[in-house]
Design a protein around this ligand. Structure first.
Ligand code: SF4
Length: 324
């Protein structure tokens, strides 16, 4: 008999961000798409599940950089370093494969395994239009190239120094790490920093971004601080958080101490409280959503223009409005 996978309540920084940007998006991500991998799932659930997996140009460049960066860090810890050219090759190979996967259309049958590209799916450009296609691809490649150059030039030397004094504690390369979580105050919290290195009595958490600086990234780092306290039993004062912006190689140190830990957990509790308003009996243990209408749609069309679920919300027109 097939195993029944339960939709349990959990919190993560990106889920909280989804809920605050648009409760309806949170609904599609967490409830409306649940079970969409099953052959017998209702059509709407399957569609939500398929759209949830879709990747836009930001996601594609982020994944390509992430793959190459992880390979580079692994190569440093194994003593056989990869070059920038090898890293670029790895990233470009991923991007080419994503393009081919989209064009072959196998994502329609298996959206988890094969890439569907949002900009093509929603007709933001036509793959038959050579100029539009080349502009789209060139934008991604330029960004990936810049991020990797900065990683090799500015970040990797620092990681080498850290690794010379300490060791890699955790590294987001495995399925296990992607599922990294801890429970605090009865809430299951997912947190997966990119790289964690221990030396002396310190734990250094590094996380890199391929987009522009945003304040909420610092708050995301603070949840990694909580993770380190709970999972590795490291005192708050011994945790260092470093946010690396690869497009310009800048590093933002994020302060972490007991007071920040307290504020971070308060924020988690507040957002769980807000989400609970949309659950039957406000009960996260049952985790049963109220009617879809209770999860309101944002009126910010610029948010919709970047959202995978436009089709389900009948908001495809947001793409056009976003350009005006
Ligand atoms: S399309 Fe707009 S309203 Fe619908 S889920 Fe996305 S952001 Fe929310």
């Amino acid at each position: 008999m097939a195993e029944i996978i339960r939709n349990s309540f959990s919190w993560s920084f990106s889920q909280a961000k989804d809920f605050s940007a648009c409760p309806r998006r949170y609904y599609w991500q967490r409830y409306g798409s649940w079970g969409g991998w099953e052959d017998m799932a209702p059509k709407g659930v399957k569609a939500a599940y398929r759209l949830k997996q879709m990747k836009n140009r930001f996601a594609l460049s982020g994944i390509a950089v992430d793959l190459a960066v992880k390979a580079a860090i692994q190569s440093v810890s194994s003593g056989k370093e990869t070059t920038l050219e090898e890293a670029l090759d790895l990233a470009v190979t991923y991007l080419r494969r994503a393009w081919i996967e989209h064009m072959e259309g196998r994502w329609q049958m298996n959206p988890k395994r094969y890439t569907c590209i949002k900009e093509i799916y929603y007709g933001e450009f036509s793959p038959e239009d050579a100029e539009a296609r080349m502009n789209w691809a060139a934008g991604i490649k330029e960004k990936v190239g810049l991020c990797l150059e900065n990683f090799y030039g500015m970040v990797l030397p620092k990681i080498r120094q850290y690794l010379a004094k300490g060791s890699l504690v955790a590294f987001s390369e495995t399925d296990f790490f992607e599922k990294e979580s801890f429970t605090l105050g009865g809430i299951k919290i997912y947190a997966a920093p990119d790289t964690v290195i221990q030396f002396d009595d310190k734990l250094v958490i590094l996380d890199w971004k391929t987009g522009r600086p945003r304040q909420f990234y610092a708050h995301q780092m603070e949840t990694y601080g909580l993770w380190a306290q709970c999972r590795h039993e490291v005192p708050a004062d011994n945790i260092e958080l470093e946010l690396v912006y690869l497009p310009d190689g800048s590093v933002q140190k994020v302060e972490y101490n007991e007071e920040v830990a307290r504020q971070t957990f308060s924020y988690i509790r507040e957002t769980v409280d807000d989400i609970s308003d949309k659950l039957r009996d406000r009960d996260i243990a049952k985790n049963e959503p109220l009617n879809i209408e209770c999860f309101g749609r944002t009126d910010k069309l610029e948010v919709c223009a970047h959202c995978n679920f436009m089709e389900l919300c009948d908001r495809r027109f947001a793409l056009q409005m976003g350009k005006e």
